[in-house]
Design a protein around this ligand. Structure first.
Ligand code: NAD
Length: 355
């Protein structure tokens, strides 16, 4: 199969981790006779330096024309002082909106080899952590009107808005995802306070009638934040709005050990998806061959599974990661006693070789 992949290396550790993911994709292409063509696109700080814009239209167009997009990470202290609408992270919001990817899918799964890295008590970890957060990605407060004005003092407003159709399309992704797993969907909102959450809850319950095989439950977001650390084994699929999902998925990533291990996919109505690790550009370790490339490599595996319909190839990558962890290789962020400290590029080579 022939596929065009737009590659956004970005800033900080972005170029290093993306290189390793491409190494692994090249190995998969060789083994299965596929042809992956990479088209470089600039986004984030590097695009600001080059074009004065975190995501110029011509770079977004490359992503829209591709079969899928692989992204490293963007941002860094060099661009902290630039105005809000020109920040590297604006590129992230723009690419999500431009591609129309309204659903972000983040697995929170503990690798048995890294169980010690979880900050939770062993008796909680032993029960298993394996759930997915389905987060609405292009609506809600992040995309509502933002303004700051003077009325004797400074006042700021951020508008949180959701329509029934926006809730319904993400709700369906939640139900469909649960259907392919353990058939339990937890809808998370703040319906004791927010109108948007009351609408959210009513749409989820309306949809539930169409998915009688899926067990739907409701949870307030503050309770969910507690339950994720107290009893994560209870969750199969969580579906929630943009800001709640942003916060809960970072919390979920912490309980599984390293932020460097976790991939994500963002999809909309077409198969052209955006695949990226959940971490940022880690400027503190950039350019030192210290970054963990596994989150990006597993994001590439998700791309094969969800956008290219290549489940065997995706399984191969995930099994290769497991094999390399079994062999005791660890980057600094997941290092523990008795294991072999490995650099970013060596980790990529080991995983590619294990395919
Ligand atoms: P971060 O995720 O970049 O780093 C947090 C900590 O985790 C750091 O100590 C870092 O060294 C470590 N870390 C992250 N990824 C790692 C990896 N693959 N291997 C080993 N260690 C890893 O978060 P931050 O420090 O809050 O943000 C740094 C920059 O990244 C900021 O400019 C921020 O805006 C940006 N950011 C970008 C994205 C994105 O591109 N999607 C997401 C979050 C933050």
């Amino acid at each position: 199969m022939k596929k065009n992949i737009a590659v956004i290396r970005g800033d900080g550790i972005g170029p290093e981790i993306v290189n390793e993911a491409l190494k692994v994709l090249d190995k998969v292409a060789k083994k299965y006779g596929h042809e992956f063509n990479y088209v470089d696109a600039d986004m984030g700080g590097c695009a600001i330096d080059k074009y004065g814009d975190p995501l110029p239209q011509h770079e977004l167009d490359k992503c829209l024309a591709a079969d899928s997009v692989l992204l490293g990470a963007v941002g860094g202290p060099k661009w902290d002082g630039v105005p809000g609408n020109m920040r590297p992270e604006k590129g992230l919001l723009r690419i999500r909106a431009g591609m129309g990817v309204y659903s972000n899918n983040r697995p929170a799964k503990i690798w048995k080899q890294l169980a010690d890295a979880s900050p939770l008590k062993p008796e909680i970890v032993e029960k298993g952590i394996d759930f997915i957060i389905v987060r609405e990605l292009i609506g809600g407060i992040y995309f509502g009107e933002h303004k700051t004005y003077e009325e004797g003092e400074k006042i700021s407003e951020d508008v949180m808005k959701y329509s029934e159709s926006e809730i319904e399309r993400i709700g369906r992704i939640g139900f469909e995802t649960a259907r392919k797993r353990r058939k339990k969907l937890c809808s998370v909102e703040k319906s004791n306070v927010l109108d948007t959450s009351r609408l959210w809850k009513s749409v989820m319950h309306r949809l539930a009638a169409e998915y009688p095989d899926v067990e739907l439950s409701d949870m307030l977001v503050d309770n969910c934040a507690m339950q994720i650390v107290k009893n994560p084994a209870q969750f199969d699929v969580i579906v929630t709005e943009n800001m709640f999902g942003d916060i809960l998925s970072d919390e979920a990533s912490m309980i599984t050990g390293s932020i460097g291990m976790i991939p994500s996919s963002s999809l909309g109505a077409t198969s052209n998806g955006l695949y990226e690790p959940i971490h940022g550009s880690a400027p503190d370790i950039a350019g030192q061959n210290k970054a963990n490339p596994i989150g990006t490599i597993l994001s590439a595996a998700m791309m094969l599974r969800f956008s290219f319909d290549m489940p065997k190839e995706a399984d191969d990558i995930e099994n290769a990661v497991s094999k390399v962890l079994d062999m005791g290789y660890r980057t600094g962020d997941i290092m523990s006693e008795g294991m072999k400290l490995t650099g970013c590029s060596e980790m990529g080579t080991l995983i590619a070789d294990a395919i």
